[in-house]
Design a protein around this ligand. Structure first.
Ligand SMILES: CC(C)(COP(=O)(O)OP(=O)(O)OC[C@H]1O[C@@H](n2cnc3c(N)ncnc32)[C@H](O)[C@@H]1OP(=O)(O)O)[C@@H](O)C(=O)NCCC(=O)NCCS
Length: 188
C-alpha cells in the first residue's frame, strides 16, 4: 500500500476534501448538534460550536498526514458542507481500515453517502492499494446497513450487544461487514 492521504475527490454531486477548522459553524449546524444523527454513534451531540471547532482543529492537523483518510463532504450545488467520511484504524501491515461516516439529516435518503463511499473505495483500492475495508453498524441502523450493502461490503457476522449507545444507554447488536480487494475488482 502506498499512502496518498486525503486527496480531493469528486463525484457527480459531491466534492470530498480535507477538513478545515473553519468548517465548524456549518458542521455544527448541519449534524454535529443533532441527536438523531448521533443516535447510533459513539459520540454525543456537541452542545456548543466551540467543541466542534476544537475537534476540527485536530482534524485539520491530522489531515496533513499521508496516512490520514478523512474527508469533509461538500455538495457541489450551493457549496454546502453536508457530512463526514473517515477511514479509522488504518493499519499499514494488514493494509486495512474501518469505514466511518455521518451526514446531516436534511440530505439523507438521496444516495449521497453511497456516492461518496463508492468513490472513496475506488481511490483506496485502485490508487492507494488497500487490501480490505471493514465496516460495522448497529443492527437496527438500516440506512447504514444499506449503504454498506450497496457498496459491496459483505455480511460477516453479528456481535451480540457489543455496543452500548451513549445516546440512550441501550445495548445493541453490532453487524460486522467487510470487502476485500478481490471482491472490489470482481464487482468493478
Ligand atoms: C447512514 C447514513 C450515512 C446514510 O446516508 P444516506 O446518504 O442517507 O444513504 P443513501 O441514501 O446512500 O442510502 C441509504 C439507503 O438506506 C435505506 N434506508 C434508510 N433508512 C432506512 C430504514 N429506516 N429502513 C430501511 N431502509 C432504510 C434507503 O432507502 C437507501 O436505500 P435504497 O437506495 O436501496 O433505497 C445517514 O443516514 C446518516 O448519516 N446517519 C446517521 C449517522 C450514522 O448512523 N452513521 C453510520 C454509523 S455506522
Amino acid at each position: 500500500m502506498q499512502h496518498k492521504g486525503t486527496k480531493i475527490l469528486e463525484t457527480k454531486r459531491l466534492i470530498l476534501r480535507p477538513w478545515k477548522e473553519n468548517d465548524a459553524e456549518e458542521a455544527f449546524a448541519h449534524w454535529m448538534n443533532d441527536p438523531e444523527v448521533t443516535k447510533y454513534l459513539a459520540w454525543t451531540p456537541h452542545k456548543d460550536v466551540s467543541i466542534t471547532r476544537a475537534l476540527l482543529k485536530t482534524w485539520e492537523e491530522e489531515g496533513k498526514s499521508p496516512n490520514c483518510y478523512h474527508w469533509a463532504l461538500v455538495l457541489k450545488e450551493g457549496n454546502v458542507l453536508i457530512g463526514d467520511l473517515n477511514i479509522l484504524d488504518v493499519d499499514d501491515f494488514m493494509e486495512h481500515g474501518e469505514i466511518g461516516y455521518c451526514m446531516g439529516k436534511a440530505w439523507w435518503g438521496k444516495g449521497l453517502m453511497t456516492e461518496a463511499l463508492s468513490e472513496v473505495m475506488r481511490y483506496l483500492f485502485e490508487e492507494v492499494g488497500f487490501y480490505r475495508l471493514n465496516g460495522c453498524h448497529a443492527a437496527e441502523n438500516l440506512g447504514s446497513s444499506r449503504v454498506m450493502e450497496k457498496c459491496g461490503l459483505l455480511y460477516e457476522g453479528t456481535r451480540r450487544k457489543l455496543m452500548r449507545l451513549p445516546s440512550t444507554g441501550e445495548r445493541v447488536d453490532i453487524v460486522e461487514r467487510g470487502i476485500l480487494r478481490e471482491d472490489y475488482f470482481k464487482n468493478a
